[in-house]
Design a protein around this ligand. Structure first.
Ligand code: NAP
Ligand code: G4F
Length: 339
């Protein structure tokens, strides 16, 4: 039986990847960090909490990384743990650099010393392309990171390639574009929208406040994307792959689709004011723009080209459409609100 170590097992991708590997017959070791309140709701949502072997671990703590690898000798390691929220990285640039960037060297160096035959996956990101001049972005597009998060991820990306080339470790990076699901954190825009829509429908809140509505993202379904992580470690050589759907939409389009699926009439703030500036609309749902949710710098337009993953890994980027993704998320949040 193959053994896999997944860091960030309490996160969205960690939960979906655990489910995938358990279904494939792996023994799954889920590395989680100790926090004041246990945080296993995603594993519970997928019905796998008692199937994953949970081990305490912190990316900033080398002894805990060493113990996880030495004690369990995993064949495959998926490094999904990170400070992953771009907005927060502007407030915590040093912690983000340490957790999301430098920790990957801690991890790889322990692999080099005690388990050099293991395969390693690094969760790289389309944020590394930043405001790229090339569309769509592929494995040869120059990087232009626009946030402390993206800078840290780019460091992690390069050190993964460096350890693979310098020491012959099977270390691959997936440059994943945005991927979402009903277990996405509510701080990210898609889940903020779908849970907001469900709360509006339930009469719990009267409006949704968002930041930049014009940015475009290539949004896919997390359950489909984790499959590509696994495929990368089954490939005959370590490599770098872009994972994306090849289609993008604005935040505004996501909002429109989510409201339509929930059967709610959508009204934008400022759309219908009378002569004294008072909202003319009555009974309509409002979406407001709040400058608080704008970032010091944003990435305007991400669009990935998954051709290499399609050709070499036989991965299907079109399994779940944009419409289906929004529907899956809205329906899950409506169900949650109904208890
Ligand atoms: P997520 O839901 O935010 O999960 C991040 C995980 O990292 C959580 O389990 C978190 O633990 C853990 N973590 C944070 N700091 C840690 C530390 N110091 N030590 C150990 N664990 C720590 O992220 P995700 O959406 O699943 O994404 C998975 C990975 O892919 C991340 O590296 C992310 O940056 C990258 N990525 C994501 C996307 C996307 O669209 N989702 C796209 C490209 C790349 P807690 O539960 O305790 O907070
Ligand atoms: O959902 P977001 O916070 O995701 P973002 O910044 O694209 O990052 C996510 O995807 C990356 C892959 O490209 C991952 F590496 C990263 O870990 C994370 O998973 O924001 C998406 C867009 C941004 O342009 C943001 O400015 O939505 C815009 N937005 C507008 N209003 C908002 C909001 N974002 C958030 N979080 N909250 C808002 O109210």
């Amino acid at each position: 039986m193959k053994k896999a170590l997944i860091t960030g097992v309490t996160g969205q991708d960690g939960a979906y990847l655990s489910k995938l590997l358990l279904d494939k017959g792996y023994e799954v070791y889920g590395a989680y960090r100790r926090i004041s309140t246990p945080n296993f709701w995603r594993l519970e949502y997928l019905g796998i909490r008692d199937k994953v072997k949970l081990i305490p671990f912190d990316l900033t703590d080398s002894p805990s990384i060493l113990a996880a690898i030495k004690n369990f000798e995993p064949d495959e390691m998926y490094n999904l743990a990170a400070q992953s929220f771009v907005e927060a990285s502007f407030d915590q640039p040093v912690a983000t650099g340490d957790i999301t960037g430098l920790s990957v060297t801690r991890f790889l160096d322990i692999i080099r010393q005690i388990k050099p035959d293991a395969k390693f996956y690094q969760a790289s990101t389309s944020e590394m392309f930043g405001n790229a001049k090339q569309f769509p972005q592929d494995e040869n597009t120059p990087f232009c990171p626009e946030s402390p998060y993206a800078v840290a991820k780019l460091y992690a990306h390069w050190i993964t390639k460096n350890y693979s080339q310098s020491y012959g470790i099977f270390a691959s990076s997936g440059i994943l574009f945005n991927h979402e699901s009903p277990i996405r954190g509510e701080e990210f825009v898609t889940r903020k929208i779908t849970s907001g829509v469900a709360k509006i429908k339930a009469g719990k809140v009267s409006c949704l406040e968002l930041g930049n509505l014009d940015t475009r993202r290539d949004w896919g379904f997390a359950q489909d994307f984790v499959e590509c992580m696994w495929l990368m470690l089954q490939h005959r050589t370590p490599d770098i792959f872009v994972v994306a759907t090849g289609e993008n939409h604005t935040v505004r389009e996501f909002v429109e689709k989510a409201f339509a699926i929930a059967g709610l009439e959508l009204g934008w703030e400022g759309e219908g004011k009378d002569e004294v500036g008072k909202e003319k609309r009555t009974g309509k749902v409002l979406v407001k723009v709040n400058p608080k949710f704008f970032r010091p710098r944003d990435v305007d337009n991400l669009l990935g080209n998954p051709a290499k993953a399609v050709e070499h890994l036989k991965w299907n980027p079109k399994k779940t459409s944009f419409e289906d993704l929004v529907r899956i998320m809205v329906e899950a949040d409506l169900k949650r609100e109904q208890g």
